[in-house]
Design a protein around this ligand. Structure first.
Ligand SMILES: NC(=O)C1=CN([C@@H]2O[C@H](COP(=O)(O)OP(=O)(O)OC[C@H]3O[C@@H](n4cnc5c(N)ncnc54)[C@H](O)[C@@H]3O)[C@@H](O)[C@H]2O)C=CC1
Ligand SMILES: O=C(O)/C=C\C(=O)CC(=O)O
Length: 359
């Protein structure tokens, strides 16, 4: 076994259907008296429910969370937290809402209690992202890691099936890249495999019946594991491509992850055969790249960037941006091969690598 460094991140997790009922207890354990509740405009009603549960400990609601955390939204939320003298942020929603909580915590150090309703996994990472002047910057800071996470599968039954599938693929991307990360370690790899398995088993159940609590529980469990992997080891080519497509071409986050993931795996397969074998085993397939493509397609997710409205003419610029300041990657970043990868992802070609067959 190779030598490795393992850093555990402290977070308290309360998991299970109905666990939102423990919110008041959990806020008490954080020692908070004035919680600012955060949401998107679309999840305002849920934020009001949370505020009602908090009673006198609710300082107010800010429902201006937006994908990729525009600096303007971050400033408004920070101002509101100061004005209300909040001593805690309760973020209920997906990665955008948790991201807004992180923007507040980054400046003020306020503790975050996160209640995720998608599978993006941000609640388990010290990674923040803020968009300013059309550019998304990401960084790591221990202050933004939520102190407490309440995973209540009841709250995810309303997540539309399409977004459930793409959000799950977003989570799986964290695990897949974690398996070949430069700083990977055996503990994170265990979590990554288990997270991939949980997600691939959960998806057909959710697609069959959106309110299937067992499937929803499996998916949230998978989101927890995959998010933990993202929070502990580095991202590589796949995340760089998605941040390029989301940040510079305004394509939707989870859908980009879904479409690009099989192609990023095909690109990296020759340089990371063991990771490919583990991914394939975890999702019960012969070939990691083709298996991830099939999982998305068979559960009704988009598989082509052109179906998200990306013009073919933008692929050259996307390739240029993706190869500038690349994240570490197991296979060297070659512009011609990245351009070909993007072409395949744009057209929705099913990739097959024949590298993953030997666990
Ligand atoms: N910092 C980190 O570690 C990570 C950050 N992210 C960031 O998170 C953002 C994407 O987050 P996502 O969760 O994909 O999307 P999101 O948080 O933007 O949510 C997408 C939409 O679904 C709605 N929604 C969420 N949960 C729902 C539910 N249960 N029922 C009905 N509607 C619901 C939201 O109101 C929103 O309109 C991106 O900005 C991405 O960069 C994503 C992963 C990790
Ligand atoms: O943008 C961020 O907040 C940072 C990381 C991610 O979005 C991870 C991802 O691409 O899912």
């Amino acid at each position: 076994m190779d030598a490795f460094v393992y850093n555990a991140h402290a977070a308290r997790v309360v998991f299970g259907a109905g666990s939102l009922q423990h919110l008041e207890r959990e806020i008490g354990l954080l020692g908070a008296q004035r919680a600012l509740v955060l949401s998107t405009p679309g999840q305002r009603k849920l934020a009001e429910r949370v505020a009602a549960l908090l009673g006198a400990k609710a300082a107010g609601i800010f429902d201006g969370a937006v994908m990729h955390v525009p600096i303007e939204a971050a400033r408004q939320a920070r101002d509101e937290a100061r004005r209300l003298e909040a001593d805690c942020a309760v973020a209920i929603g997906g990665g955008s809402t948790v991201g807004l909580g992180k923007a507040i915590a980054l400046e003020s150090g306020l503790p975050i209690l996160a209640i995720p309703t998608t599978y993006a996994g941000s609640e388990m990472t010290p990674i923040y992202g803020i968009t300013e002047g059309g550019l998304k910057k990401t960084g790591k800071d221990a202050r933004v890691l939520p102190r407490t996470v309440i995973y209540d599968p009841d709250l995810s039954t309303g997540l539309p099936v399409g977004l459930s599938v793409t959000s799950a693929m977003n989570a799986m991307a964290h695990a897949a890249e974690g398996l070949y990360a430069q700083d990977s370690n055996p503990i994170m790899s265990l979590m990554a495999e288990e997270g991939l398995t949980a997600m691939s088993r959960a998806l057909p159940g959710i697609v069959r019946r959106s309110g299937d609590i067992e499937a929803r529980s499996q998916a949230l469990y998978g989101a927890w594991l995959c998010g933990t992997v993202l929070g502990n080891v580095g991202m590589a080519l796949h995340h760089k491509l998605c941040h390029t497509l989301g940040g510079s071409f305004n394509l939707p986050h989870a859908e980009c992850h879904t479409i690009v993931l099989p192609h990023a795996m095909a690109y990296n397969a020759p340089a990371a055969p063991e990771a490919m074998a583990r991914i394939a085993r975890a999702i019960g397939t012969q070939d990691a790249a083709a298996g991830l493509y099939d999982l998305a397609r068979d559960n009704g997710a988009p598989v082509a960037l052109r179906d998200l409205g990306m013009p073919e003419a933008d692929l050259d610029r996307a390739a240029d941006i993706a190869v500038s300041n690349p994240y570490w990657n197991p296979r060297p970043i070659e512009r011609t091969a990245i351009r070909a990868l993007l072409q395949n992802a744009w057209a929705g070609v099913r990739p097959v690598t024949n590298v993953s067959r030997n666990p």
